[in-house]
Structures are given as structure tokens and as C-alpha cells.
Design a protein around this ligand. Structure first.
Ligand SMILES: [Zn+2]
Ligand SMILES: [Zn+2]
Length: 283
């Protein structure tokens, strides 16, 4: 189990390495380009080479990209759907170029129309992304907190998409805050056990490739996406001890996406807290 973090890429890929090492991260997640813009960033061959060398030297893998926030694979607007497919495909290709495992992304929202109404459209969109993507890169669906018609609040919503594609590249990332806000009480031993069983039944544990480690500002089942620093929220230190002790997560990379104690994102204190919790977990 590696304790990693989402790292800012202001200035490009190379400065991100230093930031990751600076907070003691053991693995990294980054954006391939600005998350609120459709415009794609150009990465030079030299930057890519230095980045890959740095990841090796400091042992910062696995690296995942996080998809941009504008993506909605359930959009009924044809232009938005095309742009979403294009942005994801671009990130999938960038993964191959920089040696990243895959792209973790939010599927989007049905905007109140209901999951069943958009299911076929989402499957067709994901399938289109896969068609133009490299063979060994993981297209990784993230579970949602369930706000505003977001897809993937319950595990069966992800499972149905995984199954309709029948492609080994389709994987899942669980965000601890989203899981908790969607009504899975992972802070308790019984609740976690039930959640893992349901995940295995609906999706399959072999598809789980990463965890977003975030405490929660909102209570169980609140259906809001509000991350908190580790130990400061409603999952709490004991809740994370529970999560990190579970066998299902033993081999997975954890990525912090917390606000940070200075409000600048994942920091040394959050990394150290998770490492301390990992240190207490029986091998
Ligand atoms: Zn995410
Ligand atoms: Zn979130």
C-alpha cells in the first residue's frame, strides 16, 4: 500500500515531481491539462523524459491521471458528449506516453433524467473512448458522492457499465469521501464489510485499482462531495484505521485529495497521518 497524493502540475510535469517528494508522497495523481478547460496542454518530449526518469528515481508510481471536470458521458448535448470523449481519449494516450497506469474520471450526471435513461449513451461513449485508446491503459471510473444526478453513487451503477463493456481496461477507483456520502458506512467495521461485499458482487474486486483517501465534511449519506483533511472529518482516524486494515485495500495505491491544512491541497501533515495509520495496521 502506497500513500500518494494528487499533485499540482502548475509549470508542467517536472515541477510536480519536486512537490510530490516535498510532501513525502509515495505515488502521484496529476491532471493531464487544466481541469476546467477543454484546451489540451502540450507536453514536450523532454519534459516527459525527465518526468519518467524522476518517477523511477523517486519511486513515485503508480502514476494516474485525473480526467478534467468538464466531462459528462451522459450529456444529451452532442457537442459536449464529443468533447468529453475527445478529452478522455487524449488523456488515455498521454498515459501511455508518460508511463501512467490510467485515467481516473467522473462519468458525469444524468441531470435528473435518471440512470436508466442515459445508460446506453454512457456505455456507447465509454466504448468509443476505448476504441481509440492504447491497449494497456486503464480507463478508471470513480464512484460519486451522489449529488445532482451524478452517475456511480451506488456500486451497481458502476458494475452495470463495467459489465456492458466487457473490456479488461475498465477499472474502478473508490473515493472514501464519496463512498461515505453515498451512504456506505465505511467508518464502521460492519459497514465496511458490507460495502466491500456489495462492491465485489456488483463490480468485482479485481477491478479496483486505486483509492482516493479523503475524510468527509458531511455526514453519512449526505450525497455531497466535500473532502476534509484526514482525521478532521466524519470518517475520522478510527474510520481510516478500519479502511486501511481491510484486506481488499492492502495492495492498492491511496491518493489524497484533501484541502490541506494551509488550504493548498494535499500536504505533509495529511501524508504523515495516513502513513501513521498504515503503520498501525497489522500486516
Ligand atoms: Zn475524482
Ligand atoms: Zn470528491
Amino acid at each position: 500500500m502506497k500513500i500518494g497524493a494528487h499533485i499540482k502540475t502548475a509549470g508542467g510535469l517536472v515541477p510536480a515531481l519536486e512537490r510530490a517528494v516535498g510532501i513525502g508522497a509515495e505515488a502521484m495523481q496529476i491532471f493531464g491539462s487544466q481541469p476546467h478547460m477543454w484546451r489540451r496542454r502540450n507536453h514536450s518530449d523532454e519534459d516527459v523524459a525527465v518526468f519518467m526518469e524522476g518517477v523511477r528515481e523517486y519511486d513515485l508510481g503508480p502514476v494516474f491521471l485525473h480526467g478534467i471536470y468538464l466531462i459528462n458521458l451522459a450529456a444529451d448535448d452532442e457537442a459536449l458528449l464529443e468533447k468529453s470523449i475527445g478529452a478522455l481519449t487524449w488523456d488515455m494516450k498521454l498515459c501511455e506516453r508518460i508511463g501512467a497506469q490510467g485515467v481516473i474520471f467522473h462519468l458525469g450526471s444524468h441531470k435528473g433524467g435518471g440512470y436508466d435513461a442515459v445508460f446506453d449513451r454512457v456505455c456507447a461513449a465509454v466504448s468509443k473512448v476505448l476504441e481509440d485508446s492504447p491497449p494497456n491503459v486503464r480507463l478508471t471510473l470513480e464512484n460519486s458522492a451522489g449529488s445532482g444526478g451524478t452517475i456511480g453513487r451506488r456500486f451497481d451503477e458502476l458494475g452495470r457499465i463495467v459489465k456492458c463493456l466487457g473490456d479488461d481496461r475498465v477499472c474502478v477507483c473508490l473515493d472514501t469521501q464519496h463512498t461515505f456520502a453515498s451512504g456506505y458506512d465505511i467508518a464502521s467495521r460492519d459497514g465496511l464489510e458490507k460495502a466491500i461485499e456489495e462492491f465485489d458482487r456488483e463490480v468485482g474486486l479485481e477491478r479496483l485499482v486505486a483509492v482516493h483517501a479523503n475524510d468527509s465534511k458531511v455526514e453519512l449519506g449526505a450525497n455531497r462531495d466535500r473532502h476534509e483533511n484526514i482525521g478532521e472529518g466524519l470518517i475520522g482516524t478510527a474510520g481510516f484505521e478500519n479502511v486501511l486494515s481491510h484486506q481488499a485495500f492492502a495492495e492498492l495505491p491511496f491518493y489524497l485529495e484533501v484541502p490541506g491544512f494551509e488550504g493548498t491541497g494535499p500536504d505533509t501533515e495529511n501524508v504523515d497521518r495516513l502513513k501513521a495509520i498504515r503503520g498501525k495496521v497489522p500486516a
